[in-house]
Design a protein around this ligand. Structure first.
Ligand SMILES: Nc1ncnc2c1ncn2[C@@H]1O[C@H](COP(=O)(O)OP(=O)(O)OP(=O)(O)O)[C@@H](O)[C@H]1O
Ligand SMILES: Cc1ncc(C[n+]2csc(CCOP(=O)(O)O)c2C)c(N)n1
Ligand SMILES: [Mg+2]
Ligand SMILES: [Mg+2]
Ligand SMILES: [Mg+2]
Length: 350
């Protein structure tokens, strides 16, 4: 194994076969290699700009993700924010900070994952930055996307009378994380790998940002508010409620629970709903649609081969976010979720 050298790395990226193909992608005028990238936006479109960081021990450990997964998920989590705006991702920049002595093979594996995700979603990686760090490996991905002028979907536009929807199963990523931490061996080297947990591990290591669902929602013309699930369903519902000045009631019996999540939660003596509400990193979309348009939207999703679950309703501000439980009681939903600096509520963070 050889250690990384900054300029050798940039040459590798610039001359590498993946970047050579992606740099010639549509809209890339000047890609990796000059002081900055030059790209062309489509006429009549608005740009959507977002970045997300993943750092060792906070977002991944050797026992939870392989290097390819780290690259893939860093790109996927940033792409998910483009989906949450109803946009199409186009270009990406990658900032990589590594401790001295990091093996070249590690960087190559991370880039394999980055490029795998980028090419799946038609994204050209057009540049980035590389530094040493007196700390843990840190990866920041900036993604530039597009949407038709004035069509971006916001968190702040939910209205009383809307139905609340989710695009797929939630809670599986956090359950996958619990499984991986419980195994406590380098990711992929498990001796026991119960079949049911495969989907959970996949959900944690290879999340699928919902670009297609975001497009169906945007084109439907009826979607009101939209958000993606990075910190847990409860946290994302609170974000929509606060940004829109509304209250939200989730209905427990309407929230879909994947079989593998139910089975795994049982082995842990946990309620699957805890993973769903407070786990995070699902990168599904949640949002609102006027209740009268919900069925029509569900049909559009069905036609596209996608799932859309109505899981609650929006009401006037006053009660915050609540859960209508299966036992008939309506209880307030704590504003918990993954918070990077929340030692206090014990839901992660430092
Ligand atoms: N350090 C920062 N400086 C400027 N803006 C920031 C900073 N951190 C976050 N933001 C902005 O705050 C808003 C919310 O960011 P946040 O990271 O909570 O959302 P998110 O990316 O959807 O969630 P997550 O990071 O959990 O995936 C975004 O508009 C983001 O660009
Ligand atoms: C080793 C390890 N411990 C805990 C977690 C859980 N986790 C970390 S960050 C985050 C929220 C999303 O990140 P962000 O808000 O930065 O976008 C969650 C749920 C993990 N993935 N790996
Ligand atoms: Mg963020
Ligand atoms: Mg988001
Ligand atoms: Mg977060």
């Amino acid at each position: 194994m050889s250690s990384i050298d900054e300029f050798a790395l940039i040459r590798l990226l610039n001359g590498g076969k993946q970047s050579a193909t992606l740099v010639t992608a549509a809209g890339v005028i000047t890609g990796i290699g000059d002081d900055a990238a030059v790209v062309e936006a489509s006429p009549g479109s608005h740009l959507i700009l977002t970045c997300d960081t993943m750092t060792e021990h906070i977002h991944f450990k050797q026992v939870t993700m392989r290097d390819e997964d780290i690259g893939y998920k860093a790109m996927a989590s940033a792409v998910s924010d483009i989906a949450a705006m109803g946009g199409v991702p186009r270009f990406a920049l990658v900032a990589l900070s590594m401790p001295g002595g990091t093996a070249v093979e590690r960087v190559q594996a991370i880039y394999e994952g980055l490029y795998e995700c980028a090419s799946r979603y038609g994204i050209a990686i057009v540049g980035g930055d590389t530094t040493a760090i007196l700390g843990e490996l840190t990866l920041t991905v900036t993604v530039i996307g597009e949407t038709e002028q004035g069509k971006a979907k916001l968190r702040s536009t939910a209205q009383p009378g809307d139905a609340v929807f989710a695009t797929g199963y939630l809670g599986r990523s956090a359950a996958g994380l619990d499984f991986l931490l419980g195994q406590n061996v380098p990711s992929g080297e498990w001796t026991v790998f119960p079949e049911q947990t495969e989907a959970l591990v996949q959900a944690h290591c290879r999340p699928e940002p919902q670009i297609e669902a975001g497009q169906v929602l945007q084109r439907s013309g009826v979607c009101r508010a939209l958000n993606d699930v990075s910190d847990g369903l409860a946290s994302e519902m609170w974000e929509i409620a606060e940004a829109s000045g509304v209250g939200i009631d989730l209905i427990e019996e309407r929230i879909p629970i994947a079989d593998e999540l139910a089975a795994f939660a049982r082995t842990q003596g946990k309620d699957p709903l805890d993973y769903i509400l407070y786990g995070g990193e699902d990168y599904q979309l949640v949002g609102t649609v006027p209740a009268g348009n919900a069925i029509e939207l569900q049909m559009k999703f069905k036609e596209a081969g996608l799932a859309l679950h109505v899981i609650g309703y929006v009401h006037a501000e006053g009660q915050g976010v609540r859960m209508v439980q299966n036992n008939g009681y309506i209880v307030p939903l704590a504003k918990h979720g993954y918070n990077h600096f929340s030692g206090a509520d014990g839901k992660g963070g430092v």
